[in-house]
Design a protein around this ligand. Structure first.
Ligand SMILES: [Zn+2]
Length: 131
């Protein structure tokens, strides 16, 4: 409803008061009526204002730490999957018909018998063993 040019509506009693009259008969002044009308209109609006003025900044995207963490978790998952697929086989190859895998037997380490009873420096021990 458009306000008529020559009257203003009193919000208290709803009476239309001529513009030349600055106050309604109920005591409401035109200034207060305008303020209340604006406040009422602002309240009727679907809230264009931010809900919290302190949090006007939009939610920031994920920080780098979280991205790195997600990437690390994904990398670990990929590595674990690869380990499960291409990892060491739990079962050794079964020997077929006496065929044994040609793993050389452990060579016994020849115990050096010429070691002096006391530790010589490497240059002296080398010469002593040569001569
Ligand atoms: Zn009034």
């Amino acid at each position: 409803m458009g306000t008529m040019a020559h009257t203003w509506q009193c919000p208290a009693c709803g009476r239309r008061v001529p513009m030349r009259v600055s106050a309604c008969h109920c005591g409401m002044t035109r200034e207060r009526a305008e303020v209340m009308a604006e406040a009422h209109a602002a309240a009727e609006r679907p809230a264009p204002r931010p809900a919290r003025p302190g949090l006007r900044t939009p939610p920031a995207p994920l920080p780098r730490d979280v991205k790195a963490l997600v990437a690390g978790v994904g990398l670990v998952a990929v590595l674990g999957l690869g380990w499960l697929i291409f990892g060491p086989r739990p079962q050794p190859p079964v020997p077929v018909l006496g065929y044994v895998d040609a793993t050389p037997p452990p060579v016994p380490q020849p115990t050096p018998t010429q070691t002096p009873p006391f530790m010589l420096p490497w240059w002296k021990s080398g010469r002593a063993s040569r001569r």
